[in-house]
Design a protein around this ligand. Structure first.
Ligand SMILES: [Zn+2]
Length: 498
């Protein structure tokens, strides 16, 4: 069956960057582009005709880094605390969630999106508030930043947290005036609670979650998603079966590339056991690279930098591997037929990784692989050379300009010239691709395009200037006719992977 889509404004992004009036689609594939008259004629009398009424048509978007499982878990299994305007609202939303879900005793209740800055007296929800929701269910609710949570008394008991528990490095177990933990866990202390929340292993539940996220992505025009989900489940094989069964059942409406995240080198075996290798295809599901963690985040001063943080002298953040460890990790992974990618925000971390790739370049080339860096936020001129040497791909997050501009100047000062510098990267010939990092940021590609063009957040801030790091240009003149106005509020999720 042929369908002629006519009277449109079709931007093919082909080599001629052509704009066409009409296209002919046969069996789900675009067969021809041309004028309305031409395409109508080619469709023939048996063909269907769809009048686009002047609407725009674009090729599907490819999102090169996001987390479908986490997004689905927040959407389907976590109470939405964004509407709360005081602690009482938080308690009521959680009580309603418990009643609605009819959760058996002992099972976890989770919420996401509270923000004490919006509440009278900047009051945090504490264990005492959450104990009013339930003392028979462990409860963990996460602040909208994703780096602070509150837990009820049962959750703290299960985690073994009491007045004698020391603060972990980089975190704080908040205490009341009597020295008792009040349920609020800051930064790394959050993981004391987070690590005991059971991960999903039930295949049917996982399928529903992936299908939910897939529908949302397709509704935004995303037709290929590079998704990192294996750390979000308790059973990697159940997840792999879930993708493939969804495909068989016709419930996977987009193509997936799986980013295989490890927590530590010992986790590699769990992927080697599958018997697949990078870039194997199973219909719509393709095996991507092994991903490891290079450093932390800018917000928490844990991104690995070459020089001190501008707002924290003496601190250069952290990197998870030194040069030798990283070089040998890349070698191990590539020798086992897997491509490599890394979470790297800071310049030190990105340098270490690209040097590790350079040291393994013969083998990487022999296998036809191409390493990539997810985030690559804080750059320096030397890193441009390393990108050239390795041919690595940068997987950047334009929406981080939206979210980070308030802190980025303070953290790295004059290094902003080489940070979030997508234009400079493109001009230098680096292969730059964009990922949303959903659910950390909105997956709407038009939001990302707007932020990339305007170098301002979605509300137009900072007014009167542009966030540096892009191509130098006068403030105010950057917005083009192509930039899409947006009124949506972007939902930020926990930085679970960072
Ligand atoms: Zn991510």
């Amino acid at each position: 069956m042929k369908t002629a889509f006519v009277n449109g404004n079709i931007r093919a992004l082909d080599t001629e960057n052509g704009v066409y009036e009409a296209m002919l689609v046969a069996d789900g594939k675009i067969e021809a582009l041309g004028s309305t008259a031409d395409i109508r004629r080619r469709a023939g009398s048996a063909g269907r005709v769809a009048d686009l009424g002047g609407r725009h048509v674009l090729p599907g978007f490819i999102d090169t880094h996001l987390h479908m499982m986490d997004h689905g878990i927040y959407g389907l299994r976590t109470a939405d605390l964004y509407p709360a305007r005081n602690v009482e609202d938080v308690v009521e939303i959680m009580q309603a969630w418990l009643a609605e879900k009819d959760t058996p005793d002992g099972q976890w209740l989770e919420g996401f999106g509270w923000d004490q800055d919006l509440y009278p007296g900047a009051q945090f929800p504490t264990c005492h508030d959450l104990d009013r929701v339930s003392v028979r269910h462990p409860i963990m609710i996460t602040r909208r930043c994703g780096t602070i949570c509150s837990a009820n008394s049962l959750a703290m008991e299960l985690a073994g947290i009491d007045r004698h528990t020391p603060d972990p490095a980089g975190g704080e177990i908040r205490k009341d005036e009597h020295g008792e933990p009040d349920g609020v866990m800051l930064e790394s202390a959050m993981s004391l609670i987070g690590r005991i929340v059971p991960k999903l292993s039930d295949k049917e539940t996982i399928k529903d979650i992936i299908a939910y996220a897939a529908q949302e992505l397709v509704s935004l025009g995303v037709t290929v998603a590079h998704t990192e989900d294996f750390m979000s489940v308790g059973d990697k094989k159940a997840l792999m079966h879930a993708y493939l069964e969804l495909q068989e059942e016709g419930r996977l409406p987009l193509n997936l590339v799986l980013q295989l995240r490890i927590h530590q080198p010992a986790d590699l075996d769990s992927f080697f056991e599958f018997g697949f290798k990078s870039w194997d295809s199973f219909g719509r599901v393709k095996i991507g690279p092994i991903k490891f963690l290079g450093d932390g985040s800018l917000g928490a001063w844990t991104a690995g930098l070459n020089e001190d943080y501008s707002d924290k002298p003496g601190d250069r953040g952290l990197v998870y591997y030194d040069q030798d460890e990283l070089t040998s990790l890349v070698a191990t992974v590539v020798n086992r037929d897997f491509d490599v990618t890394i979470h790297s925000i800071g310049d030190r971390s990105t340098e270490l990784f690209l040097k590790a790739c350079a040291a393994n370049m013969d083998e990487i080339k022999r296998k036809g692989f191409r390493p990539s860096v997810i985030h690559s936020q804080i750059m320096n001129p030397g890193i441009f050379d390393l990108y050239e040497e390795t041919g690595a791909i940068a997987i950047v997050q334009p929406m981080y300009v939206h979210s980070d501009w308030k802190i980025a100047d303070a953290r790295v000062g004059s290094r902003m010239e080489y940070s979030y510098c997508f234009r400079k990267m493109l001009d230098a010939g680096i292969a730059v691709t964009a990922g949303s990092d959903l659910p950390i940021e909105s997956a709407n590609p038009f939001h990302a395009i707007q932020v990339s063009v305007t170098r301002k957040d979605l509300t137009g801030e900072p007014a009167g200037r542009v966030v540096s790091g892009g191509k130098d240009r006068p403030a105010g003149g950057a917005q083009t006719a192509h930039a899409v106005r947006c009124s949506g509020v972007v939902r930020r999720g926990p930085l679970r992977h960072a």
